[in-house]
Design a protein around this ligand. Structure first.
Ligand SMILES: [Mg+2]
Length: 344
């Protein structure tokens, strides 16, 4: 069962009209119409060993825990307003908490996003339940047991400019911000599948540990982007969500997919795997009409982010990646999925 099958089967229910919820499960944010305002809400959980390496710098964890949520707000074009934090820790380690909260609030303050509430709890240590396993699982705080961070973030969008994953039209351009594959390359190096010089590895680790949510771009694209999603699971998988929600297909021009110099120096198959199927980049992937090209470029410039036109929306369903000559490339991988091959 894939993560998406699991959500579809057990947690997707019809939304009754007339209530608060305009869009529910299945998009980057839920959209609630309350009076004249639309509120975008998203929740994301990070678990040590699953979403970040044990021993990752506490400030980076604080940053990333909020960043991944703000990235969903960016996809919806929302202005961040506040967030809630639920923290499960093996023990209260003050040094770790000081670092975590510093990283968290540095990003929150940048977007005037207020911590409005939450909950903290102690996770049972593995020592209490399974002493044999505890020996091999030392957490970031130096204690056994998984560190778990869940954040729910709320933002605001003008009602007339709300967008989700379902608005891509045949003929629209497909765009992406920044560059792709840097975070996946850092993971590939950590797993011994690629090698990088120290300075390049630091830059890629920065992409993995401290992704920058594209809030300014998300807001600048209000009224321009017909659909948007943030690239959390990989370009092809995330574009696939837009295509299925919009009922269209797409052609992606591989040479136009933006990659860092460090990634371009890797073998072609590593480049394709990292830039097309690698997650954790948190760039914005969006569609816009061909008539909006100049306006999109101006919006990106105003937001201080580069954007690349990487393909177009097509009437034929499915997703094709083509080379410089327009020939389809066969790709031997799928998008990242937490539950593929069983719950891990
Ligand atoms: Mg998302």
């Amino acid at each position: 069962m894939t993560e998406f099958d699991l959500i579809a089967r057990y947690f997707t229910r019809p939304v009754a009209p007339g209530g608060w919820v305009r869009t529910g499960v299945g998009d980057d944010c839920a959209l609630l119409d309350i009076g004249a305002t639309t509120i975008a809400i998203t929740t994301d959980m990070l678990i040590e060993g699953r979403h970040f390496f044990p021993g990752t710098d506490a400030a980076a964890i604080g940053h990333k825990a909020l960043a991944v949520n703000l990235s969903d707000l960016a996809a919806a074009g929302a202005t961040p307003r506040c967030f809630f934090l639920a923290l499960g820790m093996p023990r209260a380690d003050e040094q770790w908490l000081a670092g975590f909260s510093a990283g968290l609030f540095a990003l929150a303050d940048r977007y005037d996003c207020v911590l409005a509430g939450g909950d903290t709890t102690r996770t049972p240590t593995l020592l209490e339940s399974a002493p044999a396993i505890a020996d091999t699982h030392q957490g970031a705080a130096g204690a056994a047991g998984p560190l778990t961070i869940s954040i729910t973030a709320l933002g605001e969008v003008p009602r007339a400019q709300v967008r989700g994953r379902d608005g891509a039209h045949v003929g629209d351009d497909v765009w992406v911000s920044g560059s792709l594959g840097g975070a996946a390359l850092a993971l590939a190096v950590a797993q011994g599948e690629a090698a990088l010089a120290a300075a390049e590895l630091r830059a890629c680790r920065e992409r993995l540990d401290r992704p920058l949510p594209r809030i300014e771009l998300g807001i600048a694209l209000r009224g321009l982007a017909t659909a948007a999603i943030d690239v959390s699971d990989g370009l092809l998988g995330d574009l696939g969500h837009v295509l299925s929600r919009s009922g269209v297909g797409a052609i992606v021009d591989w040479p136009a997919v933006p990659r860092s110099a460090a990634l371009r120096a890797q073998a072609e198959d590593v480049q394709q795997r990292c830039a097309l199927a690698g997650g954790d980049d948190y760039e914005l992937l969006f569609t816009a009409s061909t008539g909006s090209r100049d306006a999109v470029l101006a919006a990106a410039q105003a937001a201080g982010v580069e954007v690349s036109r990487i393909g177009r929306i097509d009437a034929a369903t499915g997703l094709r990646v083509c080379d410089a000559a327009g020939r389809p490339i066969a790709l031997p991988f799928a998008a990242y999925d937490h539950f593929a091959g069983g719950v891990r």
